[in-house]
Structures are given as C-alpha cells and as structure tokens.
Design a protein around this ligand. Structure first.
Ligand code: UDX
Length: 433
C-alpha cells in the first residue's frame, strides 16, 4: 500500500472492484482502514474514505487470505535505488517468496501482475521462478503472470489512475493477456488505448518512457544553461516555440533545478546499470543523468559569484518538495542544495506549503529554521532561492518580500515570479540572461 499500490487499490475500488489492500505494516493498514491516507496526494483520502466505507477497499495484513480470494494480484512494492545506482530487488524477492508460499494452498488460478518498476527480465527470471519454487506450482498451469507498468504522477495520481493515457499489458501467455484486457476494458471501457506485448517489452516500456521524459528535461535544462550566458535569451520562449512542433510536443520542457522524485533519478540510474550489464554503454542516458546532477552546481556558482563566502549568510529556500502538490522530498534537488549550504555554514530558512514536516524529519535543526509563512521565512534574507513550482509562489509580490535585506539576491530556478522587482533586489532566473 505504497504510493502506487494504494492509489491503484482505491481507484479500482471506486470502479466497484473488490480490492484487498495488503501491507505488512499493521499501522499503515489500520490507518487506511480508518480512512486516512498515509501520505498526501490530492483527492486520495476522499476516495479511500468512500471505498473503505462502501466495503470495496479492504485494508489488511493478511496476504494469504487476500490471495486466496483474488482473481488478480497486483505487486506494487518499491524498487528503490541502491547506493551504487542499481535497482534494489529485495522487496520484490520477499513478496514473490510470500506469494509463492501462499499459493501452495490456493486452488484457484490467479494472475500475478507486476506493477513495480523492475529491470527487464525480472518478472520471468526472478518473480515467476520464486513463486514457482515456493509454491511447487507452474506458471501457465496453476497461475498466470503479467506485467503492467504504471505511469502515475505524484500530485495527479488519482486522476491519472482514473483516466490513464495508456494501459500496457505484458504477458507471454495469450490467455492471461485476454483476461487482463477484459479486466481493464471493464474498468476503463473501449476508449483507453491498450498495448499488449510480452513481459520483457512491458518492463522496458517503463524505463524507456521515464528515460525519455528525463532526457527531455535535461535537454531543456541544457538550453537554459546556454540562455544564462547569452544576453536577451529566454528559455521559456524557446520551449514554447519548439514545443509547438508536434514532433516535439510542449510537455516536460520546463527548465528548472533538475528533476527529482521517487522515479526519474532511480529509473534513469537503474536503466544505465541494466544497459551496462548487457554490454551496452548508454551514453545518452549517462548524459541525461549528468546534466541533471550538474544543475545544482549552476545554482551554487551563482551563489558563490553573487554572495562570495556563504558562511553566516542568511539564505531562504522556498520549496523543498520535489515538485508542487506533494509533500514528497525524495531526491529533491532542494534538499541536496540545503545540505550543501549547511556544509558552507550558511543559515537556512525553509518554507514549503506541504513538505515542511518531512523536511524537518530529514534535515534536523542544525543551522536550519522552518517557517509556515513566506514573509517570516524571508525575514532578513541575504538571498532567496525559489526551488519548487508551488502555485502559492506565483502569487508572491514585492510586499511579500518586504522583510528581506536590501540588495537581497533572488534566484528563481523555475521563473515563477511574474512581476517586475524594484531595484532593491538582485534577480537571477535560471534560463534567462
Ligand atoms: C514521474 C512520471 O511522470 C510518471 O509517469 C512515473 O510513473 C513516475 O515518475 P513524478 O515523479 O510524480 O512522475 O513527477 P513528474 O511530474 O514526472 O516530475 C518529475 C520531476 O521532473 C520533478 O522534479 C519536476 O519538477 C521535474 N520536471 C518535470 C521538470 O523539471 N520539468 C518539466 O518540464 C517536468
């Protein structure tokens, strides 16, 4: 019942499917049972409340009885990044083992459908094998195997789940493909595009999709870094123009501090590792990753050039969530920046409309101060850095900034401020000269 599992469970339950939401964390299961979402996601808590109350969503820790009553078992455990950048499959192995053990006493023919992002080959070589060896049963005879990657974005996961742009069904078993297609048709009707393929291509689709989007962002960040060095250049006009070419498309062309979150950094890195394992040097993906890691240095270069030594300077960070509408700070560039500023012995004042508590838990209090209103966070600031694209920041005006020091430096990594600042401030936007 993580981000993908809970959203999937709640929206399927909303579509009148009976869903057992299994988690090995008792507290989490009882939290969901009392209609509380364990993390913030717009709309999710409403859907949980409605579906738990209607009895369609049944949170539980009982994997065995849930599997015995289910036609399809979706595997949605995390596949985090190891310190060396490769994919940690420990949770996948653990849950496959548990499913295998449970399958020993299951007489029906369930389909085990992998939704977790896994390196190509994992579904057949690791998951299927583990289930077979622990259950003593055979895929294709006693249970089916499928892989359906998901494309949920945090902040709009519920609506992405309600109306996906695409359903991918990966299975090497035609009968399983048909049953999964019928299941998704029942939920989404005939309008939603569906692609049926084998499991390995389904696994690859997810990596290709996320790597392409990440590359698009690193591309526009490259253009932004060029714009920074040319008088009069503006990355947003360029993105607008190239995005109008239907071959390019206008989405994911917003230059910024670099992509973060629980998917892009981990998936690009995991894919690079996978490519190397099969004897291919993925230079394009390595460049995407490198451009992304370097974005933070662009911000630090500006800081060093404009402020000199950062020791005891008061720096306000607006936004620590990796993007707007979430309290998630995983792989957030803003968090990495705060750590660097702390090392340089600056005093850091942080504001975020939603991620303040998660930030405090991660960063602690040494040299870091937390504020729930923007005006207090920027009080006496030598520098303000806008990091997250929160709508609230678009409404900032000169009055909001009035308590900052004279000649305060403003670094706008996402070009959020929409008004002309007075000469009291020094304003630098990434992607503009
Ligand atoms: C992503 C994928 O979009 C989704 O399909 C997949 O299933 C999970 O990973 P998510 O991580 O929730 O979703 O966020 P997304 O909206 O894709 O943004 C990721 C990062 O890229 C954020 O840090 C965001 O600020 C950044 N980004 C996005 C840009 O810098 N510019 C853009 O134009 C778009």
């Amino acid at each position: 019942m993580g981000f993908v599992g809970l959203t999937t469970a709640a929206v399927f339950a909303e579509k009148k499917i009976t869903v057992y939401g299994v988690d090995n964390d008792k507290n989490k299961a009882s939290q969901i049972a009392s209609s509380k979402a364990p993390f913030f996601e717009p709309d999710l808590e409403h859907v949980i409340r409605r579906t738990v109350n209607s009895g369609k969503l049944i949170p539980t820790t009982d994997l065995l009885s849930s599997i015995s009553k289910s036609e399809i078992v979706f595997v949605c455990v995390g596949t985090p990044m190891k310190p060396d950048g490769s994919v940690n499959l420990d949770y996948i192995k653990k849950v496959s083992t548990q499913i295998g053990q449970a399958m020993k006493s299951v007489s029906a023919y369930p389909i085990i459908c992998v939704k977790s992002t896994v390196p190509p080959g994992t579904t057949e070589r690791i998951i299927t094998k583990l289930i077979q060896s622990k259950s003593g049963k055979t895929a294709g005879q006693h249970f089916g195997i499928a892989m359906t990657p998901e494309f949920l974005r945090e902040g709009s996961a519920v609506s992405d789940m309600r109306t996906p742009h695409l359903i991918v069904i990966g299975s090497s078993d035609e009968n399983v493909q048909e049953r999964m297609s019928a299941f998704f048709r029942k939920i989404y009707g005939t309008q939603t595009k569906m692609i049926t393929t084998n499991t390995i291509s389904a696994e690859l689709i997810k990596y290709a999709n996320n790597s392409f989007l990440a590359t698009k962002i690193s591309f526009i960040n490259t253009i932004a870094n060029v714009c920074n060095r040319i008088a009069g250049a503006d990355v947003d006009r360029i993105a607008d123009a190239i995005g109008s070419d239907p071959r390019i498309g206008n989405l994911f062309l917003k230059a910024g501090p670099g992509y973060g979150g629980s998917c892009f950094p981990k998936d690009v890195s995991g894919f690079i590792h996978y490519c190397k394992q099969i004897g291919y040097d993925p230079v394009l993906l390595k460049a995407t990753d490198l451009v992304n890691r370097n974005q933070i240095n662009i911000i630090l270069e500006i800081l060093n050039k404009e402020l000199g030594k950062l020791e005891d300077k008061s720096i306000s960070i607006l936004g620590t969530a990796f993007k707007k509408d979430t309290d998630d700070i995983r792989e957030s560039v803003s968090i990495k920046l705060v750590n660097k500023l702390k090392k340089a012995r600056a005093n850091i004042h942080i504001h975020d409309p939603m991620a303040l508590e998660n930030t405090r838990l991660t960063l602690g209090n040494n040299r870091i101060y937390y504020f729930s209103d923007i005006s207090s966070a920027i009080n006496s600031a030598d520098c303000i850095i806008l990091m997250t694209d929160w709508d609230e920041y678009k409404r900032i005006n000169e009055k909001t900034l009035s308590m900052a020091k004279d000649a305060c430096l403003i670094i706008d990594t996402r070009r959020i401020l929409k008004f002309n600042l007075s000469a009291r401030f020094r304003y630098i936007a990434l992607g503009r000269s």
